[in-house]
Design a protein around this ligand. Structure first.
Ligand code: NAP
Ligand code: MG
Length: 403
């Protein structure tokens, strides 16, 4: 068989620890034998980020802007312990944060469903994708303790020096707390566009919710801007695609999500997304089955796994033990990126390969061959736990039959 050709490179961002080990195995076993893989390689492993003063992270993000599609391995976000472990010059920032800021992107997390691993919520038959707004609100807050007897006011000074003033609270009877938060029209519009684009890309309904009945200026602005962007830019395309934009109150949304069958995208304000993405991920089963894609409003895509570098498994790997680490989310990052590259380049062979790679992976698990995290959850009767490498070899056996 001739290898599949690529016309445009993918941006490849290598990473750390156990996922770096899986990365190489995936390429060697499942990609390089079939594809004339064309990537622009950036090593985002912590050692190389430190050597380049993190320049490599910036370069990889700009390359993503240039080529439109990237695939990223999980990376270490340094903390105090990593400073000594890796002898770092500085406590480098989270690469994901840096890349997200440069691409002005929104993260969509989508679980991969397989037979035998049932969501904790029995009505969920299809994936629920969560999109979290990644700017502002309490994550960029200013907060103070107000002493008894003090008074807190909200003041906005205009360019002309004019003040708008509102009493927050008179703390005469008790001390208390005050917090100032903000968001930006442009960031909300970008978020809305990323969500509407992704809904069209996935051909799924988009849900959005805030607490606009209580927060009549702040949350209401989110509601209004989403509606404005939808009406002026997306309404017709949604109709043509046969999908809907649905707005409701956040508490109603939570209740409906639990009763739903899944199969939609749920856009969340920053805090709602923080909380709900962990809830939804846990309810769907394993972190090893959660995929993630960063989409920018101008349509660039960066695919990755939602989990981290699986440090505990890596330390066992370093001692020479065989680990049973789930590579599905990382594998789906590759298949997602290859499919998108194929779509943009009109390369149907590449798109077809991505579909078959996913099919072979799911078939392997549904045949009862899986990694340890999944055997714990699976209701299949004849299930066996295999190590990280054997799992990929089993996928490859099935892939060969499909190709
Ligand atoms: P983690 O790597 O996601 O792992 C947490 C635990 O979840 C693991 O110890 C393992 O449990 C289980 N797990 C996660 N992925 C798995 C997989 N593919 N297969 C099997 N089990 C899996 O989170 P962490 O330990 O909090 O973080 C480790 C490093 O990753 C940190 O340095 C952090 O900065 C980084 N991180 C990076 C990203 C990213 O690049 N997007 C995201 C999150 C964290 P058991 O040990 O019980 O088997
Ligand atoms: Mg969270």
């Amino acid at each position: 068989m001739d290898k599949i050709k690529m016309t445009t490179p993918l941006v490849e961002m290598d990473g750390d620890e156990m996922t770096r080990v899986l990365w190489k195995m995936i390429k060697d076993i499942l990609l390089l034998p079939y594809i004339d893989l064309k990537t622009e390689y950036y090593d985002l492993g912590l050692v190389h980020r430190n050597e380049t003063d993190d320049q490599v992270t910036l370069d990889s993000a700009y390359a993503t802007k240039k080529y439109g599609v990237a695939v990223k391995c999980a990376t270490i976000t340094p903390n105090a312990q990593r400073m000594t472990e890796y002898n770092l010059k500085e406590m480098w920032k989270s690469p994901n944060g840096t890349i997200r800021a440069i691409l002005d992107g929104t993260v969509f997390r989508k679980p991969i469903l397989v037979k035998g691993i049932l969501p904790y919520i029995p009505t969920w038959k299809k994936p629920i994708t969560i999109a979290r707004h990644a700017y502002g609100d309490i994550y960029k807050n200013t907060e103070l303790y107000a002493e008894p007897g003090s008074k807190a006011e909200l003041v906005v000074t205009g360019a002309d020096g004019q003040e708008k003033r509102a009493l927050i609270h008179d703390f005469s009877s008790s001390g208390g707390i005050v917090q100032g938060v903000h968001n930006l029209d442009e960031s909300i519009r970008s978020f809305a566009r990323a969500c509407f684009n992704f809904a069209l890309d996935q051909k799924e309904d988009l849900w959005f919710a805030t607490k606009d009945t209580i927060s009549k200026t702040y949350d209401h602005r989110f509601k209004d801007l989403f509606q404005e962007v939808f009406d002026t830019e997306y309404k017709e395309r949604f109709e043509a695609a046969g999908i809907e934009y649905f707005y409701t109150l956040i508490d109603d949304a939570v209740a409906r999500v639990v009763r739903s069958e899944g199969g939609f995208i749920w856009a969340c304000k920053n805090y709602d997304g923080d909380v709900m993405s962990d809830m939804v991920a846990t309810a769907f089963g394993s972190l090893g089955m959660m995929s993630s894609v960063l989409v920018s409003p101008d349509g660039t895509y960066e695919y990755e796994a939602a989990h981290g570098t699986v440090t505990r498994h890596y330390y066992r790997h370093l001692k020479g033990e065989k680990t049973s680490t789930n590579s599905i989310a990382t594998l789906f990052a590759w298949s997602g990126a290859l499919r998108k590259r194929g779509e943009l380049d009109g390369n149907t062979e590449l798109m077809d390969f991505a579909d078959k790679l996913e099919q072979a992976s799911i078939q392997t698990i549904e045949d009862g061959i899986m990694t340890g995290d999944l055997t714990q959850l699976s209701t299949l009767e004849n299930k066996v736990t295999v190590n990280s490498e054997d799992f990929l070899l089993e996928i490859n056996r099935r892939l060969q039959k499909l190709l």
